[in-house]
Design a protein around this ligand. Sequence first.
Ligand code: FEO
Length: 404
Amino acid sequence: MKTVEIKKGIYWVGVVDWNIRTFHGHTYTTKRGSTYNAYLIIDEKVTLVDSVYGPFAGELIERIREIVPVEKIDHIVVNHIEMDHSGALPELMKLCPKAKLFGTAKCKEGLSKMYYPEGGGTSGWDFQVVKTGDKLKLGKRTLTFIEAPMIHWPDSMFTYCAEEELLFPNDAFGQHYATSERFDDETDQCALMDETAKYYANILWPFSGMISRKIDEILKMSISIKMIAPSHGVIWRNDPMKIINSYISWTKNETKPKAVVVYETMYGSTAMMAMKIVEGLVDGGVEVKLFDIAISDKSEVNNQMLDAKAYIFGSSTHDNDMLSTIAGFLEFLKGLKPKNRIGAAFGSCGWAGGAIPALEQMMKEIGIEQVLPSISVKYVPDENELKKCCEMGAELAKKITGKA
Ligand code: FEO
């Protein structure tokens, strides 16, 4: 794949990782792969914005060489130190050891710890700490730095080029989406927005407050943004406000009339209850997603939870508690810090129903408002108990749609 000129004299020199299937350990499935985007600005000072994951250093270097000898790089902007964006730096710096790096104070601290001298070294790197509002003149163009702590690491930073009306926000506005196309308008829109939402739900959701404030800050700067070039996925050039508005909605935890039912079952009783609750919800006019969490992809479930108003959780009782897979999932969800959700709990047991109090406690910790009493069933639900599950779904539908 060749470099792509995204603006006159500015080139995408990143890599496409077609085969990556999990990210952040194994917490995030990347069924469509990913990209690590880096951008080369040819000006009086040749400047690289962002780098790539270490195993792809050779591909980055090869792509830079299509445009300019690597030794000619004067500046490297390090918007973020996470390894998928900084791993190639040690290899790169061997070829352009005099290049000056720019990043936040936390970036400098992190790089020093990650690439300590024995591991490739940062001690000889010329690093300039920058803060919000600091500018770097390249020649015809000037870069402005905007610190963006916790979007999504303490070191994170955005870089803006006013002359090109171009924002490099690193992880923000990204997607784990490997494509042969480089721009939003060239690719499948459903897949693009699905991956954009999944990325927000699993990576950025916990930082919604800070993201909201950062977007406000940028909008108040009255800067023109015609293109957003993130560090993962495709570049937004068609309508950058579309993705900014999606982010604004997600930061506000805006939802639609939708319910997600997540359960885990031992012998099928809890599953029977889940199906009846879904029946009531659907008949009540609500969009529903149902997941048996023991066989479901948790990062895809989180994706579905991003715009859902109601969360309904069910579990069989095991060792006087909920089952372990749903317990792990709820811990994951708690860390994502969803807000303004309503919900309910259900489950089955043999003798002592420990799952229900455990589910209720966890829903309380997550901050989900329990709007209906839980339903607990012994052994196998009978006709009357299944009817109650269906009624629970119908009642929830009324509360979700505001008809209660
Ligand atoms: Fe894509 Fe926070 O790294």
